[in-house]
Design a protein around this ligand. Sequence first.
Ligand code: FE2
Length: 368
Amino acid sequence: MNSDFLPLRRIDHVTMFVGNARQSAYFYRNAFGFDVVAYAGLETGVKDEAGYVLQQGEITFVLVSPLRAGHPDNQCLALHGDGVQDVALEVDDVRAAYAVTTGRGAVGVREPTVIEDENGVYEFATIRTYGDTTHTFVNHDRYHGIFAPGYKPIDPSRYSPTTRHPVGLKHIDHIVGNVELGKMNEWVHFYEYVMGFSQLVHFDDKDISTEYSALMSKVVQDGQGRIKFPINEPAEGRRKSQIEEYLDFYGGPGVQHIAMSTDDIITTVSSMNANDVSFLYVPQTYYEALPERIGRIDEDISRLAELGILADRDDEGYLLQIFTKPVEDRPTLFFEVIQRHGSRGFGKGNFKALFEAIEHEQMIRGTL
Ligand code: FE2
């Protein structure tokens, strides 16, 4: 096992570049139930971009928008639309993490950097992963500010910090990347060799195909099994797969979805529905076959059916999951809400129903 050369504590935060961070913060606050806790921008001495830090449970999102035409994020925005820039990983030792990963072939984006301000010392370094996506190694053990240098607690006249619409999301369960046809194994190798991850499970086109389209997926996880990154690639099908549609509209590889866990998916999804989050529609026939497939579960299946929540069981237990529609105009990034009752799987039994639901949406978009 080579899983201990890069000890990772957790996903620290996920940074997204967005066209208008102020308005995106409103969406994630009011629809997804995040609190807006910190801000960086002109008023805090940051001259080239605005950033908003949102928190819920253990989950931190940072929304960043460029303030001027010369900012490099403008190219990302033009190419990709709003998307995930960086998945930051908390480490004990930023220098060691950067040295070992670049030594094993990772492309460095930002060398180990130490920023000191009145709140302490903040250390980070960044490497590339698929597409324009990056991983930042971060350590803020000696930093006591609200988030990072440049950030101040949100000014309540700019934003009321606390959402009035809590939904109960707890932590990030997994983050999925879409890569080009034939590239999945390269990126699995990157996570194994460069990052010390190991392969947890794989799904091929026999698991994940419908009448029209197919995809392949492998899941890698860190040495502790806390961080899980499935990697998808399109497979040959009769029509354009959802992965090809993503690659086409995102302009290359990138993060497809972020799964966030809850302890009570019925309450979480009911609240998100009330907050106008749009979820993928699953036909009612799915629920006719469900009791036989899933066996006894704590939840009322008729409630799952009303909300469109999917269920799957394996040897270890069961899980409940639901997927939002893309949260931008481009059919790119979306979110999953998941509640695990013992199962550590990814809902293999739901793939067919789910992909047929996505194809229904593709049909409406004219991209199937
Ligand atoms: Fe997922």
